[in-house]
Design a protein around this ligand. Structure first.
Ligand SMILES: CC(C)(COP(=O)(O)OP(=O)(O)OC[C@H]1O[C@@H](n2cnc3c(N)ncnc32)[C@H](O)[C@@H]1OP(=O)(O)O)[C@@H](O)C(=O)NCCC(=O)NCCS
Length: 153
């Protein structure tokens, strides 16, 4: 995993000193929500044996990309797929998804999956370019606690 991909991105497991860079990356990519504390998402991921957080370093050793992976034995999930806005369109996203798929494959999981908002055409186009297909499903949820307040105007 540590050898640089074709794009030059070096993907490796997250380490504690990466936290500020990773949270800044997620904020810059619009992946954080006011009701989600990214630091606690990271801590939760690190506690699980069935999940991991991978980061991508550029040639200068700067953290410029991330992907969180998980699996339930049948399906492999990816979350927080993020490339620094100044470094997008350089093949880093492709390298991250390949690393997530390799993580799933290494655990015998046959299918990689992710959730994207239906209106997020740009990200859907990215995953389509990597061979992903849209599967029509209905996502059903139920809040077990008081839902967070919706974002302000
Ligand atoms: C989505 C994201 C990870 C893509 O990363 P990236 O480094 O720009 O993607 P890559 O350069 O590796 O692109 C891989 C392929 O996807 C295609 N692609 C990327 N963005 C695209 C777009 N907006 N429309 C169409 N195709 C796109 C590229 O053309 C490329 O195909 P090619 O290799 O055949 O040329 C990046 O834009 C990002 O971090 N966005 C913000 C965070 C986000 O929304 N994450 C997804 C959460 S589900």
């Amino acid at each position: 995993m540590n050898a640089p991909s074709d794009s030059g991105l070096r993907i490796r497991p997250y380490r504690d000193p990466d936290q500020a860079a990773v949270v800044a990356l997620w904020r810059a990519c619009g992946l954080t929500r006011p009701w989600n504390d990214p630091a606690s998402d990271i801590a939760h991921c690190l506690k699980s044996r069935e999940a991991a957080l991978l980061v991508g370093e550029d040639a200068g050793g700067r953290v410029v990309a991330s992907v969180m992976v998980g699996q339930d034995g049948h399906r492999g999930w990816m979350y927080y797929v993020a490339v620094d806005p100044d470094r997008q369109k350089s093949g880093y996203g492709r390298a991250l998804v390949a690393a997530a798929e390799a993580w799933h494959n290494a655990r015998g999981v046959p299918k990689s999956m992710l959730l994207v908002r239906a209106e997020n055409a740009r990200v859907i186009a990215f995953y389509r370019a990597l061979g992903y297909e849209v599967e029509e499903r209905v996502l059903m949820t139920r809040w077990l606690k008081t839902p967070p307040a919706p974002p302000g105007p």
